[in-house]
Design a protein around this ligand. Structure first.
Ligand SMILES: *Cc1c(COP(=O)(O)O)cnc(C)c1O
Length: 357
Protein backbone atom coordinates (compact mmCIF):
# COMPACT_ATOMS: atom_id res chain seq x y z
CA UNK A 1 0.00 0.00 0.00
CA UNK A 2 1.37 3.41 -0.99
CA UNK A 3 1.59 6.16 1.58
CA UNK A 4 0.48 9.50 0.18
CA UNK A 5 2.19 12.53 1.66
CA UNK A 6 -0.02 15.61 1.88
CA UNK A 7 2.15 18.27 3.50
CA UNK A 8 0.52 20.75 5.83
CA UNK A 9 -0.07 24.28 4.57
CA UNK A 10 0.33 25.78 8.02
CA UNK A 11 3.49 24.76 9.83
CA UNK A 12 3.10 25.26 13.57
CA UNK A 13 5.57 27.06 15.82
CA UNK A 14 7.84 24.64 17.62
CA UNK A 15 8.08 24.90 21.38
CA UNK A 16 10.85 27.34 22.32
CA UNK A 17 11.47 26.21 25.89
CA UNK A 18 12.14 22.46 25.91
CA UNK A 19 12.19 22.41 29.72
CA UNK A 20 8.42 23.06 29.65
CA UNK A 21 7.40 20.36 27.15
CA UNK A 22 5.68 18.11 29.67
CA UNK A 23 4.15 14.92 28.30
CA UNK A 24 1.73 14.48 25.40
CA UNK A 25 0.39 18.03 25.26
CA UNK A 26 2.03 19.31 22.07
CA UNK A 27 1.73 17.62 18.68
CA UNK A 28 3.93 17.89 15.60
CA UNK A 29 2.71 19.10 12.20
CA UNK A 30 1.74 15.74 10.71
CA UNK A 31 -0.02 12.50 11.55
CA UNK A 32 -0.25 9.18 9.76
CA UNK A 33 -3.70 7.78 9.11
CA UNK A 34 -5.11 4.72 7.32
CA UNK A 35 -8.68 3.43 7.18
CA UNK A 36 -10.21 -0.04 7.16
CA UNK A 37 -13.56 -1.13 5.81
CA UNK A 38 -14.74 -4.71 5.98
CA UNK A 39 -14.58 -6.27 2.50
CA UNK A 40 -12.09 -3.66 1.31
CA UNK A 41 -9.33 -3.96 3.89
CA UNK A 42 -6.91 -1.14 4.76
CA UNK A 43 -6.88 1.77 2.33
CA UNK A 44 -6.08 5.46 1.87
CA UNK A 45 -2.83 5.50 3.83
CA UNK A 46 -1.58 9.04 4.13
CA UNK A 47 0.56 11.43 6.10
CA UNK A 48 -1.30 14.70 6.50
CA UNK A 49 -1.72 17.68 8.82
CA UNK A 50 -2.82 16.82 12.37
CA UNK A 51 -6.52 17.56 12.33
CA UNK A 52 -9.69 16.59 14.21
CA UNK A 53 -11.33 13.33 13.25
CA UNK A 54 -14.92 13.55 12.10
CA UNK A 55 -16.86 10.67 13.66
CA UNK A 56 -20.59 10.01 13.98
CA UNK A 57 -21.65 10.07 17.66
CA UNK A 58 -22.83 6.46 17.27
CA UNK A 59 -19.29 5.35 16.33
CA UNK A 60 -18.62 2.12 18.17
CA UNK A 61 -15.44 3.38 19.85
CA UNK A 62 -17.60 5.77 21.91
CA UNK A 63 -19.98 3.05 23.08
CA UNK A 64 -18.10 -0.21 23.30
CA UNK A 65 -14.55 1.06 23.68
CA UNK A 66 -12.91 -0.91 20.88
CA UNK A 67 -9.60 0.95 21.10
CA UNK A 68 -5.95 -0.06 21.36
CA UNK A 69 -2.73 1.92 21.28
CA UNK A 70 1.04 1.84 21.50
CA UNK A 71 3.72 4.04 23.02
CA UNK A 72 7.26 4.42 21.68
CA UNK A 73 9.86 7.14 21.37
CA UNK A 74 12.26 8.64 18.82
CA UNK A 75 15.50 10.00 20.28
CA UNK A 76 17.89 12.65 18.99
CA UNK A 77 21.50 11.53 19.19
CA UNK A 78 24.43 13.83 19.88
CA UNK A 79 25.35 13.76 16.16
CA UNK A 80 21.86 15.05 15.27
CA UNK A 81 20.59 11.78 13.77
CA UNK A 82 17.28 10.46 15.05
CA UNK A 83 16.76 6.88 16.13
CA UNK A 84 13.97 4.64 17.38
CA UNK A 85 14.24 1.94 20.04
CA UNK A 86 12.70 -1.51 19.32
CA UNK A 87 9.90 0.13 17.34
CA UNK A 88 9.17 -3.08 15.44
CA UNK A 89 8.28 -4.72 18.76
CA UNK A 90 5.64 -2.04 19.34
CA UNK A 91 4.22 -2.67 15.85
CA UNK A 92 4.00 -6.41 16.53
CA UNK A 93 2.45 -5.87 19.96
CA UNK A 94 -0.25 -3.69 18.41
CA UNK A 95 -1.21 -6.65 16.20
CA UNK A 96 -1.55 -8.87 19.31
CA UNK A 97 -3.71 -6.22 20.98
CA UNK A 98 -5.82 -6.00 17.79
CA UNK A 99 -6.38 -9.77 17.72
CA UNK A 100 -7.49 -9.80 21.38
CA UNK A 101 -9.83 -6.86 20.71
CA UNK A 102 -11.43 -8.31 17.52
CA UNK A 103 -9.84 -5.60 15.46
CA UNK A 104 -8.18 -6.07 12.05
CA UNK A 105 -4.47 -6.80 11.84
CA UNK A 106 -2.21 -4.21 10.26
CA UNK A 107 1.11 -5.52 8.95
CA UNK A 108 3.87 -4.57 11.43
CA UNK A 109 6.29 -3.86 8.56
CA UNK A 110 3.78 -1.41 7.12
CA UNK A 111 3.21 0.30 10.48
CA UNK A 112 6.96 0.59 10.95
CA UNK A 113 7.51 2.08 7.49
CA UNK A 114 4.67 4.59 7.99
CA UNK A 115 6.02 5.69 11.38
CA UNK A 116 9.57 6.06 10.04
CA UNK A 117 8.28 8.24 7.16
CA UNK A 118 6.25 10.32 9.61
CA UNK A 119 9.23 10.89 11.93
CA UNK A 120 11.39 11.79 8.94
CA UNK A 121 8.91 14.43 7.78
CA UNK A 122 8.59 15.91 11.28
CA UNK A 123 12.22 15.35 12.27
CA UNK A 124 12.66 18.97 13.35
CA UNK A 125 10.08 18.25 16.07
CA UNK A 126 12.40 15.81 17.85
CA UNK A 127 13.65 17.89 20.79
CA UNK A 128 17.35 18.00 21.64
CA UNK A 129 17.67 18.81 25.35
CA UNK A 130 18.90 16.10 27.72
CA UNK A 131 16.30 13.39 28.30
CA UNK A 132 13.71 14.73 25.84
CA UNK A 133 12.24 12.70 22.98
CA UNK A 134 9.50 12.55 20.37
CA UNK A 135 6.78 10.38 21.88
CA UNK A 136 4.95 8.25 19.30
CA UNK A 137 1.34 7.22 19.83
CA UNK A 138 -0.03 4.68 17.31
CA UNK A 139 -3.75 4.16 17.94
CA UNK A 140 -6.53 2.03 16.45
CA UNK A 141 -10.22 2.84 16.94
CA UNK A 142 -13.48 1.38 15.68
CA UNK A 143 -15.58 3.84 13.68
CA UNK A 144 -18.75 2.04 12.53
CA UNK A 145 -21.68 4.46 13.13
CA UNK A 146 -24.13 1.92 14.58
CA UNK A 147 -25.14 0.84 18.08
CA UNK A 148 -25.21 -2.93 17.55
CA UNK A 149 -23.18 -4.50 20.35
CA UNK A 150 -20.72 -6.49 18.27
CA UNK A 151 -17.31 -5.99 16.73
CA UNK A 152 -17.25 -3.04 14.34
CA UNK A 153 -16.82 -3.19 10.55
CA UNK A 154 -14.78 -0.02 10.15
CA UNK A 155 -11.57 1.05 11.81
CA UNK A 156 -9.03 3.86 11.75
CA UNK A 157 -5.34 3.57 12.62
CA UNK A 158 -3.43 6.76 13.22
CA UNK A 159 -0.09 7.85 14.66
CA UNK A 160 0.57 11.08 16.54
CA UNK A 161 3.99 12.54 17.41
CA UNK A 162 4.41 14.55 20.58
CA UNK A 163 7.66 16.23 21.61
CA UNK A 164 7.95 15.35 25.26
CA UNK A 165 10.09 16.48 28.13
CA UNK A 166 12.41 14.46 30.28
CA UNK A 167 10.34 12.27 32.63
CA UNK A 168 12.66 13.18 35.45
CA UNK A 169 12.89 16.98 35.43
CA UNK A 170 14.17 16.92 39.02
CA UNK A 171 16.20 13.71 38.74
CA UNK A 172 15.01 10.16 39.36
CA UNK A 173 12.89 10.06 42.55
CA UNK A 174 11.77 6.92 44.39
CA UNK A 175 7.97 6.69 44.52
CA UNK A 176 5.43 5.74 47.21
CA UNK A 177 3.28 2.80 46.13
CA UNK A 178 0.05 1.56 47.66
CA UNK A 179 -0.56 -2.13 47.16
CA UNK A 180 -4.14 -2.17 45.87
CA UNK A 181 -6.18 -4.54 48.01
CA UNK A 182 -9.61 -4.02 46.38
CA UNK A 183 -9.63 -3.03 42.69
CA UNK A 184 -8.09 -5.16 39.94
CA UNK A 185 -6.60 -3.81 36.69
CA UNK A 186 -7.14 -7.02 34.78
CA UNK A 187 -8.42 -10.53 35.31
CA UNK A 188 -7.59 -14.00 34.07
CA UNK A 189 -9.10 -14.43 30.62
CA UNK A 190 -9.49 -10.66 30.32
CA UNK A 191 -7.70 -7.93 28.39
CA UNK A 192 -4.66 -7.27 30.59
CA UNK A 193 -2.21 -8.47 27.96
CA UNK A 194 -3.56 -5.99 25.38
CA UNK A 195 -2.59 -2.34 25.37
CA UNK A 196 -6.20 -1.21 25.36
CA UNK A 197 -7.82 2.03 26.47
CA UNK A 198 -10.39 0.12 28.52
CA UNK A 199 -7.67 -1.21 30.83
CA UNK A 200 -6.70 2.35 31.62
CA UNK A 201 -10.30 3.41 32.24
CA UNK A 202 -10.57 0.51 34.68
CA UNK A 203 -7.46 1.66 36.55
CA UNK A 204 -8.05 5.39 37.09
CA UNK A 205 -10.33 5.17 40.13
CA UNK A 206 -7.84 3.20 42.22
CA UNK A 207 -5.01 5.49 41.12
CA UNK A 208 -7.01 8.58 42.04
CA UNK A 209 -7.84 7.20 45.47
CA UNK A 210 -4.17 6.35 46.02
CA UNK A 211 -3.20 9.91 44.99
CA UNK A 212 -5.73 11.34 47.42
CA UNK A 213 -4.08 9.33 50.18
CA UNK A 214 -0.62 10.64 49.29
CA UNK A 215 0.69 7.78 47.13
CA UNK A 216 2.17 8.11 43.65
CA UNK A 217 0.81 4.88 42.18
CA UNK A 218 -0.72 1.51 42.94
CA UNK A 219 0.74 -1.97 42.76
CA UNK A 220 -1.88 -4.23 41.19
CA UNK A 221 -2.54 -7.70 42.53
CA UNK A 222 -4.04 -10.62 40.62
CA UNK A 223 -7.83 -10.53 40.35
CA UNK A 224 -8.37 -14.11 41.55
CA UNK A 225 -6.48 -14.46 44.85
CA UNK A 226 -5.64 -10.76 45.45
CA UNK A 227 -2.28 -12.11 46.47
CA UNK A 228 0.19 -12.11 43.58
CA UNK A 229 1.90 -8.99 42.26
CA UNK A 230 1.07 -7.91 38.69
CA UNK A 231 2.19 -4.44 37.61
CA UNK A 232 2.84 -1.02 39.11
CA UNK A 233 0.47 1.55 37.55
CA UNK A 234 1.06 1.13 33.81
CA UNK A 235 4.57 -0.23 34.25
CA UNK A 236 5.97 -3.71 34.79
CA UNK A 237 7.48 -4.41 38.20
CA UNK A 238 10.85 -5.87 39.16
CA UNK A 239 12.25 -6.86 42.57
CA UNK A 240 15.84 -7.54 43.59
CA UNK A 241 15.82 -10.31 46.21
CA UNK A 242 19.14 -11.82 47.35
CA UNK A 243 20.71 -10.14 44.32
CA UNK A 244 18.36 -12.04 41.99
CA UNK A 245 16.15 -10.14 39.51
CA UNK A 246 12.63 -11.37 40.25
CA UNK A 247 9.57 -10.37 38.21
CA UNK A 248 6.06 -11.78 37.69
CA UNK A 249 5.85 -14.26 34.81
CA UNK A 250 3.77 -13.02 31.89
CA UNK A 251 0.31 -14.50 31.64
CA UNK A 252 -2.77 -13.03 30.04
CA UNK A 253 -3.13 -10.42 32.81
CA UNK A 254 0.18 -8.59 32.39
CA UNK A 255 1.23 -6.30 29.55
CA UNK A 256 4.45 -7.65 28.01
CA UNK A 257 6.56 -4.50 28.31
CA UNK A 258 9.41 -3.88 25.90
CA UNK A 259 11.37 -2.11 28.66
CA UNK A 260 10.82 -5.17 30.90
CA UNK A 261 12.09 -7.50 28.15
CA UNK A 262 15.10 -5.22 27.58
CA UNK A 263 16.02 -5.12 31.28
CA UNK A 264 15.78 -8.91 31.50
CA UNK A 265 17.96 -9.38 28.41
CA UNK A 266 20.58 -6.91 29.67
CA UNK A 267 20.48 -8.52 33.12
CA UNK A 268 21.04 -11.99 31.68
CA UNK A 269 23.91 -10.64 29.60
CA UNK A 270 25.49 -9.10 32.72
CA UNK A 271 25.27 -12.42 34.54
CA UNK A 272 22.39 -11.67 36.90
CA UNK A 273 20.22 -14.58 37.91
CA UNK A 274 16.63 -13.99 36.74
CA UNK A 275 13.40 -15.51 37.99
CA UNK A 276 10.06 -15.01 36.21
CA UNK A 277 7.49 -16.49 38.57
CA UNK A 278 4.51 -15.63 40.80
CA UNK A 279 5.47 -13.29 43.67
CA UNK A 280 3.09 -12.83 46.59
CA UNK A 281 2.79 -9.73 48.77
CA UNK A 282 3.66 -11.98 51.70
CA UNK A 283 6.95 -12.93 50.05
CA UNK A 284 7.84 -9.26 49.48
CA UNK A 285 7.17 -8.36 53.12
CA UNK A 286 9.09 -11.40 54.35
CA UNK A 287 12.04 -10.67 52.06
CA UNK A 288 12.02 -7.11 53.36
CA UNK A 289 11.96 -8.04 57.03
CA UNK A 290 14.78 -10.54 56.56
CA UNK A 291 16.83 -7.90 54.73
CA UNK A 292 16.87 -9.76 51.40
CA UNK A 293 14.75 -7.30 49.39
CA UNK A 294 17.24 -4.66 48.32
CA UNK A 295 15.33 -2.87 45.55
CA UNK A 296 12.21 -2.69 43.47
CA UNK A 297 11.49 -0.64 40.36
CA UNK A 298 8.93 -0.20 37.60
CA UNK A 299 9.84 -0.38 33.91
CA UNK A 300 8.14 1.36 30.98
CA UNK A 301 8.82 3.55 27.95
CA UNK A 302 7.82 6.82 29.63
CA UNK A 303 10.08 6.68 32.70
CA UNK A 304 12.37 3.81 31.61
CA UNK A 305 13.01 2.91 35.29
CA UNK A 306 11.03 4.13 38.28
CA UNK A 307 12.50 3.13 41.66
CA UNK A 308 10.08 2.30 44.47
CA UNK A 309 10.89 3.89 47.84
CA UNK A 310 7.92 2.58 49.80
CA UNK A 311 5.23 -0.09 49.61
CA UNK A 312 2.13 0.16 51.75
CA UNK A 313 -0.25 -2.80 52.10
CA UNK A 314 -3.39 -2.42 54.19
CA UNK A 315 -1.78 0.44 56.14
CA UNK A 316 1.51 -1.34 56.75
CA UNK A 317 4.51 0.36 55.13
CA UNK A 318 7.97 -0.88 54.27
CA UNK A 319 10.81 1.38 53.11
CA UNK A 320 13.16 0.06 50.43
CA UNK A 321 16.85 0.91 50.18
CA UNK A 322 16.49 3.80 52.60
CA UNK A 323 14.13 5.48 50.12
CA UNK A 324 17.04 6.02 47.73
CA UNK A 325 17.67 4.96 44.14
CA UNK A 326 19.26 1.50 44.24
CA UNK A 327 22.37 0.52 42.30
CA UNK A 328 20.51 -2.00 40.10
CA UNK A 329 17.81 0.53 39.13
CA UNK A 330 20.48 3.13 38.38
CA UNK A 331 22.54 0.68 36.36
CA UNK A 332 19.68 -0.33 34.07
CA UNK A 333 18.49 3.26 33.74
CA UNK A 334 21.97 4.33 32.60
CA UNK A 335 22.38 1.34 30.28
CA UNK A 336 18.99 1.71 28.60
CA UNK A 337 19.04 5.48 28.18
CA UNK A 338 22.63 5.16 26.94
CA UNK A 339 21.48 2.84 24.15
CA UNK A 340 18.32 4.85 23.41
CA UNK A 341 20.21 8.12 22.96
CA UNK A 342 23.01 6.46 20.99
CA UNK A 343 25.72 7.00 23.62
CA UNK A 344 26.28 3.35 24.55
CA UNK A 345 27.02 0.31 22.45
CA UNK A 346 23.81 -1.22 21.08
CA UNK A 347 24.99 -4.82 21.17
CA UNK A 348 21.52 -6.30 20.64
CA UNK A 349 20.66 -4.14 17.62
CA UNK A 350 17.70 -2.44 19.31
CA UNK A 351 18.00 0.94 17.64
CA UNK A 352 17.40 2.06 14.07
CA UNK A 353 18.30 5.43 12.58
CA UNK A 354 15.42 7.22 10.83
CA UNK A 355 16.62 7.50 7.23
CA UNK A 356 16.52 10.93 5.58
CA UNK A 357 14.51 10.95 2.36
C1 LIG B 1 2.70 0.19 28.02
C2 LIG B 1 2.55 -0.54 29.29
C3 LIG B 1 3.65 -1.06 29.99
C4 LIG B 1 5.09 -0.81 29.60
O1 LIG B 1 5.42 -1.29 28.35
P1 LIG B 1 6.72 -0.74 27.60
O2 LIG B 1 6.69 -1.45 26.30
O3 LIG B 1 7.88 -1.09 28.43
O4 LIG B 1 6.53 0.74 27.48
C5 LIG B 1 3.42 -1.81 31.13
N1 LIG B 1 2.16 -2.01 31.58
C6 LIG B 1 1.07 -1.51 30.95
C7 LIG B 1 -0.27 -1.77 31.49
C8 LIG B 1 1.23 -0.75 29.78
O5 LIG B 1 0.16 -0.25 29.18
Amino acid sequence: MDIKIIKTKEFKDKPMDESKLGFGKIFSDHMFIVEYDEGQGWHDARIQAVENLSLHPASSVFHYGQEIFEGAKAYRRDDGEIQVFRLMDNCKRLVNSAIRSSMPELDPEFQYEAIMQLINLDRDWVPQSEGTSLYLRPTMISSTPALGAHSAHNFIYFVLCSPSGSYYTNGMQPVRIRIEAFYARSVKGGMGRAKAGGNYAASFKATKEAHNDGFDQVLWLDGVHKKYVQEVGAMNIIFVIDGVIVTPDLGDTILPGITRASVLQLAADLGYKIEERPISVEEIYEAHSSGRLSESFGTGTAAVISPVGEYCYRGESIILNNNEIGPVAQRFYDLLTGIQFGRAEDKFGWTNVVPRR
